[in-house]
Design a protein around this ligand. Structure first.
Ligand code: NDP
Ligand code: HSE
Length: 437
C-alpha cells in the first residue's frame, strides 16, 4: 500500500519534534499503522531558518494555504499555534476533505465546537491528543479507556511551564523571571508566556478535559482562571510547614448543581502522589464510579514528548482512514447529539477548602474577631498557625478551613479585610484534599 502523505503546518518545537520522531521511528510506526507515513509538504514563516529536524525530501513553503489545498495530502497536522490563522487553515483543510491533527489547545477550547461540527459534516477526523498534558495520552484514556464510567471529577497539573517555575522557585530559590526564560529556551512556554503564567493555557486544557469527561460542549469562556504569578515564597514555606504543596491545578467536578471548571493555585496534602509531581511533568487524576481513582503522569511539554502524542494521533487517523465516519470514536467522547446542557458553575458556587494568610496586629481579641467572622459565615476552621514577628508587634495568622462555598468565603474576607487590626490584603489559596489518589 502507498504511504499516507501528511502536510505539516509549522516546523518549530513540536513540528520539528514530529518530523524527527516520524523519521527516526518510521519502521516501527509503519508496522503499527499498517502502512508508511511520510511528511510530503510543510510550511513555516521562514523556510530558511535553521531547524531541529532534517527537511530533505519535504516540499517547503511559506504559504500554509498551499499545504491544506495540496491534493496529495490526506492528513494536515496543525502546529502553528494561535487561533486566527490556525482556525482558518483547519477549516479549509476540513472543507478540502483532509483529516486534521493538532496540538493547539487554544484553538480546540475556543473553536472546537465549530471545528468538530464541520468535520462531522465532512466525515473527517480531528485529533488533538497533544493539546492536553503534552505526551500523556489522557484524551485517549478518558475518551476510550474510561468509557464505561461515570466520571465524577478530575484534577490535574496541566501546564508544564507553570509547574517547572513553581518547582525551581521552591527547590532552588530561583527567581520567577529567570525560570520563565529557561522554560522559553527549552521550548515549553507558549508564544505568549502569560498564557502559561496566568492560567489561560491550563484553562484551555481543562475545558477540553471537562468536555470529554462529562459530555458537554466546549465552554472556555465559563472557566474560572487564576495563574501562579501571585504565589509568594512565604506561602510556599507556610504550606510546606503545614504538610502541603502548592500546585497550579485544573479541577472539574460534577456536582448536583452543575459542573465546576476552575484553574488556580491549590494547596494539596504532601501525601498525595500528585503533590509530588515536579518540574515540567504533568499529572491528571481521574475519578470514575467504576474504576475509582486513576492517575496519569508524564512530560507535559517539549518537542519529542508532544510529538509522541501528535504521531499517535496520525497513526490513529491512518488506521481508520477507510472506516465508516459514523462508526468512529466521537470527537468529544459522546455522540454529538447526546452532549448535555448541564450548566458550568460560577466560581461563587464552588465548594472547596482554603488556606488564608492574614497579617495582623499582635493584640488581644484579634484572633477572636477573625474566627467569629468565619463562624458567622458558616466557615469552620481545620487548623491554625500564628507567627509572632517580635519587634514590630505584628503577627501572621495562617488558617486552614474546612470545605465551604466560595461566596461565603468572599463575604468573610471582605469583613476580615475591613478590620482595623488587619494589614493589607488577606491571601487566599484554595485547598483540595483529592482523597482518592
Ligand atoms: P513554535 O513557535 O516553536 O512553532 C510554530 C511554528 O509555526 C514555526 O515553525 C513558525 O514558523 C510557524 N508559524 C508561526 N506563525 C506562522 C504564520 N503566521 N504563518 C505560517 N507559519 C507560522 O511553537 P510550538 O511548536 O511550541 O507550538 C506549536 C503548537 O503546539 C501550539 O499550538 C502550542 O500551544 C502547541 N503545543 C506546544 C507544546 C510545547 O511543548 N511547545 C506542547 C503541547 C502543545 P517559523 O519557525 O518560520 O517562525
Ligand atoms: N506551554 C505549555 C505548557 C505547552 O507549558 O504546558 C504544553 O501544552
Amino acid at each position: 500500500m502507498k504511504p499516507v502523505k501528511v502536510g505539516l503546518l509549522g516546523l518549530g518545537t513540536v513540528g520539528g519534534g514530529t518530523v524527527n520522531v516520524l523519521q527516526r521511528n518510521a519502521e516501527e510506526i509503519s508496522r503499527r499503522a499498517g502502512r508508511g507515513i511520510v511528511i510530503s509538504h510543510a510550511s513555516a514563516r521562514d523556510i530558511n531558518k535553521p531547524r531541529i529536524c532534517k527537511t530533505d525530501g519535504i516540499k517547503l513553503t511559506e504559504n500554509p494555504i498551499g499545504v491544506v489545498t495540496d491534493p496529495e495530502v490526506s492528513i494536515v497536522v496543525e502546529l502553528i499555534g494561535g487561533v486566527t490563522l490556525a482556525r482558518e487553515l483547519v477549516l479549509k483543510a476540513i472543507a478540502n476533505g483532509k483529516h486534521v491533527v493538532t496540538a493547539n489547545k487554544a484553538l480546540i477550547a475556543k473553536h472546537g465546537n465549530e471545528i468538530f461540527s464541520a468535520a462531522q459534516k465532512k466525515g473527517v477526523m480531528v485529533a488533538f491528543e497533544a493539546a492536553v498534558a503534552g505526551g500523556i495520552p489522557i484524551i485517549k484514556a478518558i475518551r476510550e479507556g474510561l468509557t464505561g464510567n461515570n466520571i465524577e471529577w478530575l484534577a490535574g497539573i496541566i501546564n508544564g511551564t507553570g509547574n517547572f517555575i513553581l518547582t525551581e522557585m521552591r527547590d532552588k530559590q530561583r527567581d520567577f523571571n529567570s525560570v520563565l526564560a529557561e522554560a522559553q529556551r527549552l521550548g515549553y512556554a507558549e508564544a505568549d508566556p502569560t498564557f502559561d503564567v496566568e492560567g489561560i493555557d491550563a484553562a484551555h486544557k481543562l475545558t477540553i478535559l471537562a468536555s470529554i469527561a462529562f459530555g458537554i460542549p466546549l465552554q472556555f469562556e465559563k472557566a474560572y482562571t487564576e495563574g501562579i504569578s501571585k504565589i509568594t515564597r512565604e506561602d510556599v514555606d507556610y504550606a510546606t510547614e503545614l504538610g502541603f504543596s502548592i500546585k497550579h491545578l485544573g479541577v472539574s467536578r460534577r456536582t448536583k448543581n452543575g459542573i465546576e471548571l476552575r484553574v488556580h493555585p491549590t494547596l494539596i496534602p504532601k501525601r498525595c502522589l500528585i503533590a509530588n509531581v515536579d518540574g515540567v511533568m504533568n499529572a491528571v487524576l481521574v475519578e470514575g464510579d467504576a474504576v475509582g481513582s486513576t492517575l496519569y503522569y508524564g512530560a507535559g511539554a517539549g518537542a519529542e514528548p508532544t510529538a509522541s502524542a501528535v504521531v499517535a494521533d496520525i497513526v490513529d487517523v491512518v488506521r481508520v482512514l477507510t472506516t465508516d465516519p459514523e462508526n468512529r470514536v466521537p470527537h468529544l467522547a459522546f455522540q454529538p447529539e447526546s452532549l448535555s446542557d448541564t450548566p458550568i458553575l460560577a466560581i461563587d458556587e464552588v465548594e472547596t477548602a482554603y488556606y488564608l494568610r492574614i497579617a495582623a496586629s499582635d493584640e488581644t481579641g484579634v484572633l477572636a474577631n477573625i474566627t467569629s467572622i468565619l463562624a458567622e459565615n458558616n466557615i469552620s476552621i481545620d487548623s491554625m498557625l500564628q507567627k509572632e514577628h517580635g519587634s514590630d508587634n505584628k503577627s501572621t495568622i495562617i488558617i486552614i478551613t474546612h470545605t465551604t462555598i466560595e461566596k461565603n468565603m468572599n463575604t468573610a474576607l471582605q469583613k476580615i479585610h475591613a478590620l482595623d487590626v488587619v494589614d493589607g490584603d488577606v491571601t487566599r489559596i484554595r485547598l483540595e484534599h483529592l482523597d482518592a489518589d
